[in-house]
Design a binder for this molecule. Structure first.
Ligand SMILES: [Zn+2]
Length: 92
């Protein structure tokens, strides 16, 4: 039995720092005059994605978009939906 090997694997994987819920968004996402953050998704909260009108389930990693033209309005997008939106606008 490869017990040593297995134990090492179970310890692998960095835990995200608890005090930093935001990560830098991927380079491609920062287009179109918007500030983009990647979030890991709150455990208890779901959001409506403006791209597909579907729910972003609690705990789903996704993007938070703040348009420069609408600093009050934060929008939560599925990552692939935001990518598709940028393509629609000819920005990606
Ligand atoms: Zn979506």
């Amino acid at each position: 039995m490869p017990r040593k090997h297995r134990a090492a694997r179970e310890r692998a994987g960095p835990a995200p720092p608890a005090d930093k819920p935001f990560r830098a968004a991927p380079e491609w996402a920062n287009a179109g005059g918007a500030s983009v953050r990647a979030v890991s998704g709150e455990r208890s909260k779901s959001y409506r994605c403006p791209g597909c009108q579907q729910e972003i389930r609690p705990g789903t990693p996704h993007l938070v978009i703040v348009l420069d033209s609408d600093l009050e309005g934060r929008r939560h997008w599925h990552t692939p939906c935001w990518r598709a939106e940028l393509r629609r606008r000819g920005l990606a």
